[in-house]
Design a protein around this ligand. Structure first.
Ligand code: GDP
Ligand code: ZN
Length: 355
């Protein structure tokens, strides 16, 4: 049962101390007002955090959908108590406007973040950049998905435009309406891996979730079941298995991530890097080998991940480049560049998908 939800050997090792304490592993399918639905080897269980975990949650935050947890199980009632949350590999975090508040984890242990934008929307590089950065920040692998290909005569041209701001991420072209490219999406999510869709409202995320996870989810979504005490609780699942052994996580909180203004730019999602740079000796430090560079220092000590730094730089450059293209002449030149790029993109697509 839990293998279906992505249980793995490393998780088993992390769980060993809890297993010795007689606890059972589970993964959170739904969170609803302090109560949870958890998948376990004893089936789906309604679970509540222990008093101790609730107390810790004041500082560490609450368990979230996608979390792996340690449970004690009441089999007769199909209920459980959550005692601990296993370390998260990745997390999407919503930061409250008041940054002193505990950051709230919206979704945990996500491997792939599909950044969804649609063919009929205006190309908004800043918005794509923002979603890409949010994906990168979470620790998940970003993959750009261009939806509604059926509405576009030359989807490849748009794909090339987006590839130009996507800093090396794969760019997939799909149409849920025509059932086009669904296999490409599924191929990005390995067995036991979990994906999410992020992107602005109306780009086709719900349609894609339904197309990917099948009609089953739709049918179960609104069903209400009585629990052991006869009360009614919603029983939809926000973590759903996909064909091919992957999972899709679709929780309302992820949609709200999209409400943050794209114009906040890189600083908000890469604020750790911005803060680091404030510690550089020189105000105008280019982080290229200047003495007293805090960014270089963090890279050398491993406090700053090299891939993350590279991505930050790439995104910064590309966004700045797009911002500069205000006048018409520059736009014409850009169009010619994109057509050339489109040719390269076409011939190198197979290679790109693997990097
Ligand atoms: P969300 O807000 O991102 O979840 O977007 P929805 O999935 O609700 O889709 C928004 C609108 O786009 C709906 O009217 C869908 O029918 C439409 N839509 C979704 N996918 C496609 C597609 O592949 N082709 C076309 N033409 N329309 C689509
Ligand atoms: Zn520096």
């Amino acid at each position: 049962m839990i293998e279906q939800y992505g249980w793995s050997d490393p998780l088993g090792q992390a769980f060993a101390p809890y297993a010795r304490a007689g606890q059972t592993p589970g993964r959170i399918l739904v969170q609803q007002r302090g109560a949870y639905l958890v998948a376990s080897d004893d089936g789906e269980l309604r679970a509540k955090p222990s008093g101790r975990l609730l107390h810790q949650a004041r500082e560490a935050g609450h368990p979230a959908v996608g979390d792996w947890v340690a449970l004690t199980v009441n089999r007769a009632e199909a209920t459980a108590t959550i005692h601990a949350v296993l370390p998260r590999r990745t997390a999407f975090v919503r930061r409250a406007a008041d940054s002193l508040q505990t950051p709230q984890v919206v979704a945990a242990n996500i491997d792939v973040a599909f950044v969804v934008t649609s063919m009929n929307a205006d190309l908004n590089p800043r918005r794509i950049e923002r979603y890409l950065a949010a994906a990168w920040q979470s620790g998940a692998r970003p993959v750009v998905v261009l939806t509604k290909a059926d509405l576009c005569a030359e989807p490849e041209v748009q794909a090339a435009q987006i590839a130009a701001v996507a800093a090396g991420c794969p760019v997939l072209v799909v149409s849920a309406r025509q059932g086009l490219g669904m296999d490409l999406l599924l191929a990005q999510v390995g067995p036991g891996e979990t994906c999410v869709l992020i992107g602005s409202s109306g780009v086709g995320k719900s349609t894609l979730v339904n197309a990917l996870s099948g009609a089953e989810r739709m049918a179960t979504q609104e069903i209400r079941e009585a629990d052991a005490r006869g009360r009614h609780t919603t029983s939809h699942r926000e973590l759903v298995p996909l064909p091919g052994g992957g999972l899709i996580l679709d929780t309302p909180g992820m949609r709200e991530l999209g409400l943050i203004d794209a114009d906040d730019g890189l600083g908000v999602v890469f604020d750790d890097i911005e803060r680091l740079a404030e510690d550089c000796r020189f105000n105008d430090c280019g982080h290229g080998g200047e003495p007293g560079c805090a960014v270089r220092g963090a890279l050398e000590s491993g406090d700053l991940d090299a891939g993350r730094w590279e991505h930050f730089q790439k995104l910064g450059r590309e966004v700045a480049a797009v911002d500069r293209k205000e006048d018409r002449a520059a736009k014409d030149a850009e169009r010619r560049r994109l057509i050339a790029l489109q040719k390269t993109h076409r011939s190198s697509k197979k290679v790109r998908r693997d990097d």
